[in-house]
Design a protein around this ligand. Structure first.
Ligand code: ACO
Length: 256
């Protein structure tokens, strides 16, 4: 596991209790604005999670889930200790960006179900982090915004695919190209939230969801998540074959 003190230095807190890991963005004074070090740290957390973890909760300390990238990175002063060179002429451009994206993609691992617990703002990279999770529980004060195009950027932290899959191409286009803010009630309508609860009940609502998810057989849960993840890309025949294969290996594992 990554050293907790090192994670604290990059604004992350990790707690693992039995089969539940809780990852907290922990720079509330900056509304949990994120840096490349934090994205690399998130990827490290994903690689190092113990095998017994079945649920990953991603939350933000303080009033906002996450205000997106730390805007100081775009200033001459930058953020102390952060190397934020992204030169399109650099041969390493692709590799660097891929290493940051890895801080998001691990949340889709079939080993566990990831849940974003979102209060207040989830902007830009923060919205993409919420989209990287399997499920989203929103407080009624949540505000989501894909702000990158308004800043002259594309959303590049793996958020475009889940956004299109959840809300559809026309709505994703409208949301990104207007960079407008979506409040919790609309987020629920657009299926960007599984549930919206009063802010004071966010933790309890996530706890209830975690308890319900943990009630399912662990091996069946993992195999089913892997199966569902392929469904959209597969033809019906391919998916039917995948179901047969998954069932066979699940039953065979149980016989051993
Ligand atoms: N980067 C760096 N610092 C930030 C960021 C950020 N993204 N967001 C907030 N902060 C800092 C503020 O500068 C302020 O610092 P200070 O106390 O030293 O003045 C502190 O966090 C609190 O911010 P407030 O604006 O006072 O908090 P409030 O709750 O009123 O508003 C909000 C929160 C709406 C998130 C606002 O701070 C904001 O609009 N932030 C910028 C959001 C943004 O544009 N992010 C980039 C998205 S694009 C991408 O992620 C690629």
């Amino acid at each position: 596991m990554p050293e907790l003190a090192e994670l604290a230095d990059i604004g992350l807190d990790l707690r693992v209790q039995d089969s539940v890991a809780t990852v907290t963005l922990n720079r509330p004074g900056r509304r949990n604005a994120m840096t490349p070090s934090l994205w690399l740290g998130l990827a490290e957390v994903g690689r190092a999670l113990p095998e017994q973890v079945r649920i990953v909760v991603v939350r933000g300390a303080g009033p906002s889930f996450c205000a997106g990238i730390d805007l100081r990175l775009f200033t001459a002063e930058g953020v102390p200790g952060e190397d934020f060179r992204l030169d399109p002429a650099d041969d390493g451009f692709d590799e660097i960006l891929a290493s940051w994206q890895a801080g998001f993609t691990w949340l889709r691992d079939p080993r566990f179900v990831s849940i974003a617990a979102v209060q207040g703002h989830a902007l830009g990279a923060g919205f993409q982090l919420a989209l990287a999770c399997d499920l989203r529980v929103l407080a009624d004060n949540a505000k989501l915004c894909m702000k990158e195009p308004a800043l002259g950027l594309v959303p590049d932290l793996t958020g475009t695919k889940p956004l299109v899959e959840i809300v559809g191409l026309p709505r994703a286009t409208e949301l990104c190209l207007t960079a407008r803010t979506v409040a919790a009630a609309e987020a629920l309508e657009l299926r960007l939230a599984e549930v919206v609860v009063p802010e004071a009940e966010l933790e309890a609502a996530v706890g209830d969801l975690v308890a319900a998810l943990l009630g399912t057989d662990p091996a069946a849960a993992r195999a089913t998540k892997a199966l569902l993840a392929q469904a959209r890309a597969n033809t019906l025949e391919q998916q039917a074959a995948a179901e047969r294969k998954a069932q066979r290996s699940l039953l065979a594992a149980r016989q051993r």
